[in-house]
Ligand binder design. Structure first.
Ligand code: A3P
Length: 344
C-alpha cells in the first residue's frame, strides 16, 4: 500500500510483532512501519495518513514538532502563552494545554483498541458541542484542529517528511530535540505510565528498543535530522530541551524574535515563571492523571507525566545502557554538527 507521502506501509508480523506485544501491552492492534524512513506508527495511522499529509497549514500557525518526550508540552505552553497570554489574563489559559494546542495526529493513538478512552470521550463531547454536524469517526483530533480559531499552536510528533511539503513555506515550526539518554529515561517512564503503551519490560530492554529504532515515532535521529537540515530556514526554529533548562530567558528572547510576539521584558519574565516545571505541574497535572489512561501505581511510585523535568536523569542508566546509547548517537550524528548536552 502506498500513501500520498509516497511511503509504503508494512504491518509488523511474526517475531517482530510478538517482541513488541510481549512488553507493550497497549499495542493490541499491532504496529506499522513506513518505507522510506522506517517510521514506526500505529495501524490507525494508515487511515489518517493521507489527510495528515495533504492538510494545508495556515500562515498564522505555529507547529511545535518533537519526537515524544523531548519537551513538547513545555514548548506548547511557552508558545501558546507568548502568543495568547503574555499578561497572564486570558481565561482560556485554564483549559488543558492539549485543548488549547491541538495534537494534530492524536487520532492515530486514540483509535487504538482500548486506549485513552476517557480523553477520547471528552474530546468527542467537545467536538459535538462546538461542531454538532461533525462525525467523530472522521477523526476527532483532526476536526478539532481544523475548526480551532487562529492563531493556532499545533502539536505534532510526526516528522517533516510525513507532513505537507510546503509546511515551512506556510507556517512556522518550533522543533525541540533532547539528549538521547534523558529521552530514554523519560520515554521509558512514559511508556510504563500510559496505558496505551502499557510497557511492562525492563529498562534494559527499553534501551535496546530505543537504539533499534523500534519505539513509536522512531527513528529518533531521522526525526531530528530532517528538522536539523532545515534549521536555517526562516520558518524553522530549532531548540534543545537542555537550553530551555539552562537559560530560559535567552531562549524566550530568541522565540520572541522568531514568533514576532514583541513581548516586553516583564512579559517574558512572566512567561518564564508561568511555564516553569513547578507552575505547569501544579496547573496541568490534574489533566494528565485519569486512571483510565494512566497507570496510577507507576504514577504513585515513580511520578506522573510531570516526572522530574531535569537534565541528568540518565545517571540512572547503567554503564552498558549508557554505552549503547552513546554509540547509537555517535553513529547517527556523524559529521552533522549536532551536539547534545548531557549536563548543564
Ligand atoms: P521527564 O520525564 O524527564 O521529567 P513531552 O511533553 O515531550 O512528553 O516531554 C515530557 C518531559 O518534559 C518530561 O520529562 C516532563 O517532566 C518534562 N516537562 C514538562 N513540562 C516541563 C517544564 N515546564 N519544564 C521542564 N520540563 C518539563
Amino acid at each position: 500500500m502506498r500513501l500520498a507521502s509516497g511511503h509504503a506501509v508494512s504491518y509488523l508480523t511474526g517475531e517482530e510483532l510478538l517482541k513488541q506485544q510481549e512488553v507493550f501491552r497497549g499495542y493490541k492492534d499491532g504496529l506499522v512501519r513506513l518505507t522510506p524512513g522506517r517510521w514506526l506508527l500505529t495501524p490507525a495511522y494508515v487511515k489518517y495518513a493521507d489527510e495528515l499529509y495533504d492538510t494545508k497549514f495556515r500562515s498564522s500557525d505555529v507547529v511545535v514538532m518533537t519526537y515524544p518526550k523531548c519537551g513538547t508540552t513545555w514548548t506548547q505552553e511557552i508558545v501558546w502563552t507568548m502568543r495568547n497570554n503574555p499578561d497572564l489574563n486570558n481565561p482560556m489559559a485554564s483549559l488543558p494545554v492539549n485543548a488549547r494546542c491541538p495534537f494534530y495526529e492524536m487520532d492515530i493513538l486514540m483509535d487504538q483498541k482500548g486506549s485513552a478512552s476517557s480523553l477520547r470521550q471528552i474530546l468527542e463531547d467537545y467536538l459535538q458541542k462546538v461542531a454538532p454536524g461533525e462525525k467523530p469517526r472522521d477523526g476527532i483530533a483532526l476536526q478539532l484542529a481544523s475548526i480551532a480559531p487562529d492563531p493556532r499552536t499545533i502539536k505534532t510528533h510526526l516528522p517533516l517528511s510525513l507532513l505537507t511539503p510546503d509546511l515551512l513555506d506556510t507556517a512556522k515550526v518550533v522543533y525541540v530535540a533532547r539528549n538521547p539518554k534523558d529521552l530514554c529515561m523519560s520515554y521509558y517512564h512514559h511508556s510504563r505510565l500510559i496505558q496505551s503503551h502499557g510497557y511492562s519490560g525492563t529498562l534494559d530492554q527499553f534501551t535496546q528498543f530505543l537504539v533499534n529504532d523500534e519505539l513509536l515515532f522512531s527513528p529518533y535521529f531521522e526525526h531530528v535530522k530532517e528538522a536539523w537540515l532545515k534549521r536555517d530556514h526562516p520558518n524553522m526554529h530549532f531548540i534543545f530541551y537542555e537550553d530551555l533548562k539552562s537559560d530560559i530567558m535567552a531562549e524566550l528572547h530568541k522565540l520572541d524574535t522568531f514568533l514576532g510576539t514583541s513581548l516586553s521584558e516583564k512579559q517574558i519574565t512572566q512567561v518564564a515563571k508561568h511555564t516553569s516545571f513547578k507552575g505547569m505541574k501544579e496547573r496541568e497535572e490534574k489533566h494528565f492523571s485519569s486512571p483510565d489512561d494512566f497507570n496510577m501505581d507507576v504514577a504513585k511510585k515513580d511520578g506522573g507525566f510531570f516526572r522530574k523535568g531535569e537534565v541528568g536523569s540518565w545517571k540512572n542508566l547503567n554503564s552498558n545502557q549508557e554505552a549503547k546509547i552513546e554509540l547509537w548517537a555517535k553513529r547517527n550524528t556523524l559529521n552533522m554538527g549536532l551536539h547534545f548536552k548531557y549536563k548543564i
